[in-house]
Ligand binder design. Structure first.
Ligand SMILES: Cc1ncc(COP(=O)(O)O)c(C=O)c1O
Length: 473
């Protein structure tokens, strides 16, 4: 019993004067805190740029999902989307909470297995899975969500060679007709949610799905486990996800009618995001004080699934979800140090050592990460500045931010930066990837080492024939 307690500790939200999350807020000395740790102290000790993850916030975020689905659809399994944060320690925390995982590619799968995740709680997704990837999944017993017409044959060939059985699912290309005029984040270019979904590479048509099921049914090594869909980060309105969940069931009816097999499990992927009172994410009206909560997402999806299943006379399937950013995002912050402060005729720029290499969505998706000074975090703003990084592009991390006067040496934190930051970080301008510190209560530990010059420079090779000839005349 003591052991079980240790693995999933009780969470006591910290006491802050201003709360950004249960474990992120402004502490008694006026500084930004992650759980019980003063971010000023962490930034001085570990250096910047720095990612900081709150272990307890991550657990809290997971539990909010777990409890919401427990209430509205208890037969639910939550698979953490590992791609949102690949840290091994993060995976261990998710294991302790009982989360499965969504893996993309051999490396993510390898790391999830290395962290001891139960392979039966892992799925492998991907539109172009490599042979070594399929082999690793089959040898370890993961469920593989098929997303190509020749994938079943390749799976069977490998399963026979390894003398293994294999669990499969099928990624669907849902019609999403009700989303024809709904818009969301322009994650996949312009267009409505339906247009964006139609235009991406993912998923099998109804006919292809039926063909795969009919073929797989007669393959003794193959076990059909689920259908899968992922709406991507294109909306954070739970109603859009309920449309998708309903259509998963509609397809279950179609598959049953055409093959005799009813999917015992539907996996509705991730993509639903969180909102914050101070705003976050794309410029969406749902990101604000009234942003939907996991309970809204769970209740609408559950109602749609139950209603459609009843209409079609289908048994209620097991439900799987693959949330990533909604769990890891609010669990982390990214911290940069102020360097050059420059005043122009129309603007003031505050340069940081943090860059859009480290918060890539700020550049690619115009993602809004709320920024807070670390020291005296509640100080009244006195001016509007552009928070920029050091890269050789505009490197806008936070344009038009209301800030108190900032001077060289101050630290700035960007909130809700625990997902798709380190895992999508780039090395433009040969920048080094930051360290990540995991905070739990008053304890801070490095879980990702800061990159060193040797990690960047060491990968390059010069063919010996170029050596002498490259000296300047
Ligand atoms: C198949 C699949 N599942 C889950 C996710 C996680 O999405 P999110 O982090 O937006 O919840 C992704 C993200 O790209 C995905 O491709």
């Amino acid at each position: 019993m003591a052991h079980a307690k240790l693995r999933a500790p009780e969470l006591k939200p910290a006491d802050y004067s201003t709360t950004f999350g249960e474990f992120v807020g402004i502490g008694a000395n006026g500084n930004l805190f992650v759980d019980g740790c003063d971010v000023q102290v962490l930034a001085e000790k570990y250096g910047t740029p720095l990612y900081i993850i709150s272990e307890n916030q991550l657990r809290q975020n997971y539990r909010a999902f777990r409890d919401a689905f427990q209430k509205f659809y208890p037969d639910t399994e939550i698979l953490f989307a590992n791609k949102s944060n690949n840290g091994l320690a993060i995976r261990h925390i998710m294991n302790q909470e009982g989360a499965g995982g969504d893996c993309f590619g051999a490396q993510e799968m390898y790391m999830a297995l290395l962290a001891g995740t139960n392979p039966k709680s892992l799925v492998l997704n991907g539109s172009n899975k490599q042979d070594d990837e399929l082999e690793m999944a089959i040898a370890n017993g993961l469920c593989i969500n098929i997303d190509a017409t020749d994938e079943l044959d390749r799976i069977v060939e490998i399963a026979e060679r390894l003398d293994c059985d294999v669990d499969i699912g099928i990624r669907l290309k849902l019609d999403l007709e009700p989303l024809r005029n709904r818009t969301g984040v322009a994650m996949h270019g312009p267009g409505t949610l339906k247009q964006q979904s139609d235009s991406t590479k993912w998923g099998m048509s109804r006919e292809q799905t039926v063909e795969i099921v009919n073929r797989a049914k007669s393959m003794p090594r193959v076990h059909l486990k689920e259908t899968h869909f992922h709406l991507s980060r294109m909306s954070n309105d739970p109603a859009d996800f309920a449309v998708m969940a309903r259509e998963m069931i509609t397809w279950s009816g179609y598959i049953r009618d055409n093959t005799g097999w009813t999917p015992p499990c539907i996996d509705i992927g991730g993509g639903w995001t969180f909102g914050k009172w101070y705003g976050t994410g794309p410029n969406s009206q749902l990101d604000g004080p009234d942003a939907p909560k996991p309970e809204d997402y769970a209740s609408l999806c559950a109602a749609a699934i139950k209603d459609e299943a009843e209409k079609l006379g289908l048994p209620l399937p097991k439900l799987r979800l693959e949330p990533g950013r909604a769990l890891s995002g609010p669990a982390g912050i990214a911290v940069g140090k102020v360097g050059a402060v420059k005043t122009g005729t129309t603007k003031k720029w505050v340069n940081l050592d943090l860059s859009t290499n480290h918060l890539s969505w700020a550049a690619v998706l115009d993602w809004y990460y709320h920024s807070v000074p670390v020291k005296n975090a509640g100080a009244k703003p006195t001016e509007t500045v552009d928070l920029v990084g050091p890269l050789c592009n505009s490197d806008e991390l936070g344009p038009h931010r209301q800030m108190p006067e900032l001077v060289r040496g101050d630290f700035i934190a960007f909130l809700d930066a625990g997902g798709y930051t380190e895992s999508s970080a780039a090395r433009y301008n040969a920048q080094l990837l930051p360290a990540t510190v995991l905070v739990s209560g008053n304890t801070a530990e490095v879980i990702t080492e800061r990159e060193q010059l040797k990690d960047v420079a060491g990968r390059f090779k010069v063919p010996p024939r170029l050596l002498a000839g490259s000296f300047a005349p």
